[in-house]
Design a protein around this ligand. Structure first.
Ligand code: GDP
Ligand code: MG
Length: 163
């Protein structure tokens, strides 16, 4: 069976934007309102002869922080159960948040490989709070921009290297 790669992270970090960019079409719904994604959405991806299934996690109810938090935890757990590689996405514009740290706490329980990704790094200049992401202790964060495509090839290399 093809490996499964799940994208996990708090609402609004850009998971669906990333998913759509990689899937090459607009499958996931992207909205300025945090956390709007219909269910989990799957795409078949091929990168340098490596085939895998990419999952965009979502289905989060907007406007209710308790529901968002509990659903996010559930998604992290589903990802840990079903994925072969977990892409943990963070937001380089807003920096590290306590919600990121909560998700990290759940993900640390898995033995599955985690690729730490900092999205919204739209230029080659790293923001000063980029270095905060190292404090998660989950390895070297990879800066990407899902909007302009910066570094997506490097990230895909890192993902397929973990199969
Ligand atoms: P999700 O809730 O994690 O699925 O996040 P979305 O994909 O819905 O994106 C949330 C917002 O972040 C949208 O307004 C996107 O346009 C924006 N966004 C996503 N990726 C990037 C990026 O690489 N750079 C910038 N500047 N904005 C982004
Ligand atoms: Mg989404």
């Amino acid at each position: 069976a093809k490996p499964i790669v799940a994208v996990v992270g708090r609402p609004n970090v850009g998971k669906s934007t990333f998913f759509n960019k990689i899937a090459g079409k607009r499958i996931s719904i992207v909205e300025d309102k945090p956390g709007v994604t219909r269910d989990r959405i799957y795409a078949d991806v091929e990168w340098l002869n490596n085939k895998f299934t990419l999952i965009d996690t979502g289905g989060i109810e907007p406007n209710n922080n308790d529901i968002i938090l509990s659903q996010m935890k559930r998604q992290a757990e589903i990802a840990m159960d079903t994925a072969d590689v977990i892409v943990f996405m963070l937001d380089g514009k807003s920096g590290l948040t306590t919600t990121d740290e909560e998700i990290a706490g759940i993900l640390r329980r898995t033995k599955k490989p985690i690729v730490l990704v900092v999205n919204k790094v739209d230029s080659n200049k790293l923001s000063e709070h980029f270095y905060d992401f190292y404090t998660l202790g989950m390895g070297e964060p990879i800066p990407i921009s899902s909007v302009n495509g910066l570094n997506l090839g490097d990230l895909l290399d890192e993902i397929v290297a973990r199969f």
